[in-house]
Design a binder for this molecule. Structure first.
Ligand code: NAD
Length: 493
């Protein structure tokens, strides 16, 4: 197996990471590989397998065997939970190694990578502890009957994850599926997938039976499409773009299976004129520069009450202009974007907003000495952005914040809901009645009042409506997604 366990394998050589199928690490069937480039300098530093349909097929068969009569299928919920808690601890034991790997692979600042590795461990702890606590029911029924409802795993679950939070995503998607007893096949993103591979290797080391977790790396249109379409999959979990989400949902429909889709957002933060600005400013800025704005729940629209505009803007502008962008190792406010393609996409949004005559209120600075070849984009603050402009409606997935003024509460609600997305919203006001009124009117899956969680904790159900997708992850809701009920009725007379 080529995933080395040395403390910092990535620093020494072009380590090759292989696929995990039925407990064995193996190259792609046809031997193809992909180079992994660090977003900080564009230099290749590792290699992954470029898996294809045959590799996916082998992985799905291994999962099916594990689910139906492998050692995995015989574990009790308590035993599954223990394995997961051990994995959470192992992640913490290898904390710095994983932080280095995540930062190098994604370009994110070290402090963000630290938060992400901690969250990855928390997912396995949380769902490990929950494995034996989410169970069936007994329903009062007719005289002479006992009606029970069993809570059962879906079977073999497919997991297609993105590049923006690879370590968190492996926990978010695999942990609830494993807690319920599913056997899994994961296809991580080709742009960044090394911590998922290392964490899965740790799962083997703590004793997960062969076939419970299988991983095939490679391109979306090859390994990803093969996994989505495979008739041996019982349920799909996808996080990524709406375009690919549509393809995944169509593939799921052809196999008559369900899926959970998390497809991003254009999330608003509404700042009323009684808000505590000392609290608003740092949170509003962080919500768009965290992970370079490459966060599905990024707070990318700041809705500001007109009467507050002149007071808030200079403070926001000043803070924004102080932001510094650098490599993962420089550990500044913002890292590079994931790829040259993502940089071009974000710069396209910025250029079009400028062509449309929208004012640049502030621009952050790329630090001196960033490595050549990295994909650096300075965060930009635009405002006022017209409500129907592309910048106010479409997901940029980069560090670009749009300020939109509003007149009153009704106007704020209308503007906040005025996109095709519906993932998260933030509300800033000291007025308790208004907090509740506006929270109820938000068309999205999570609302924060006087704060902004950007997806929030592991415990909090998370997911969207409209183009942001459907289904829920995190919290106990994810256990519901990765299981189904079976009603068993006994007639005893
Ligand atoms: P993507 O949707 O193309 O990729 C996400 C995952 O899907 C990756 O693992 C990829 O390999 C896989 N995939 C790609 N094509 C596939 C296919 N035909 N069938 C099955 N799986 C496939 O996202 P991207 O290209 O990495 O980014 C494009 C845009 O998507 C970004 O600019 C951003 O707007 C959005 N995005 C959103 C999120 C999110 O968390 N919501 C994450 C990543 C990207």
């Amino acid at each position: 197996m080529s995933v080395t366990t040395a403390p910092s394998p990535i620093e020494t050589s072009m380590t090759t990471f292989e696929n995990l199928i039925d407990g064995s690490w193996m190259p792609a069937g046809d031997g193809r590989t992909l180079d992994m480039l660090s977003p900080s300098d564009g230099i290749p530093f590792a290699r992954i397998a470029r898996g294809g349909a045959a590799d996916v097929d082998a992985a799905v068969r291994a999962a099916r065997q594990a689910f139906e009569d492998g050692a995995w299928s015989r574990l009790t919920a308590v035993e599954r939970g223990r394995l997961m808690i051990r994995l959470g601890q192992k992640i913490l034991d290898h904390f710095e190694e994983l932080v280095q790997l995540e930062a190098r692979d994604t370009g994110k600042p070290m402090k963000q990578a630290r938060a992400d590795i901690n969250a990855a461990a928390r997912y396995f702890e949380f769902y490990g502890s929950a494995a034996d606590k989410f169970h069936g029911d007994v329903i009062p029924f007719l005289d002479g009957y006992m009606a029970t409802v069993l809570r059962e795993p879906k079977g073999v679950t497919g997991h297609i994850i993105p590049w923006n939070y690879p370590a968190q995503m492996v926990g978010r998607t695999l942990a609830p599926a494993l807690a319920m007893g599913n056997a899994t096949v994961m296809k991580p993103a080709e742009e960044a997938c090394l911590t998922p591979l290392r964490i899965v290797q740790m799962a083997q080391e703590v004793g997960f039976p062969d076939g419970a977790i299988n991983v095939v790396t490679g391109l979306g249109e090859e390994a990803g499409a093969a996994l989505a379409a495979h008739p041996g999959i019982d349920f799909l979990s996808f996080t990524g773009s709406p375009e690919v989400g549509t393809l995944v949902q169509m593939a799921a429909a052809r196999n008559h299976i369900g899926c959970v889709l998390e497809l991003g957002g254009k999330s608003p933060q509404i700042v009323f004129d009684d808000a505590d600005l000392d609290a608003v400013i740092p949170v509003a800025v962080n919500a768009i520069v965290q992970n370079g704005g490459q966060t599905c729940s990024a707070g990318s629209r700041l809705l500001v009450q007109q009467s507050l505009y002149d007071e808030l803007l200079p403070r926001l502008t000043e803070r924004f202009a102080q932001l510094r962008v650098g490599s993962h190792a420089m550990d500044l406010d913002c890292g590079p974007l994931i790829s040259a393609g993502q940089k071009k996409r974000v710069q396209g949004f910025i250029a079009r907003a400028c062509e449309d005559g929208i004012t640049v209120l502030a621009e952050a600075r790329i630090a001196d000495g960033v490595p050549a070849g990295g994909h650096y984009v300075a965060p930009v603050l635009f405002g006022p952005v017209p409500a129907n402009n592309q910048l106010a409606c479409e997901e940029v997935f980069g560090p670009v914040l749009s300020v939109l003024p509003f007149v009153d509460e009704a106007d704020a609600v209308r503007l906040a809901n005025n996109t095709e997305y519906g993932l998260v919203a933030g509300i800033w006001t000291r007025d308790g009645a208004r907090q509740m009124r506006v929270a109820k009117k938000m068309r999205c899956g999570q609302v924060y009042v006087n704060g902004y969680g950007a997806g929030g904790g592991i415990e909090l159900p998370f997911g969207g409506i409209k183009k942001s997708g459907h289904g829920r992850e995190k919290g106990f809701e994810a256990l519901r997604e990765f299981s189904h009920t079976k009603t068993v009725v006994f007639k005893h007379g």
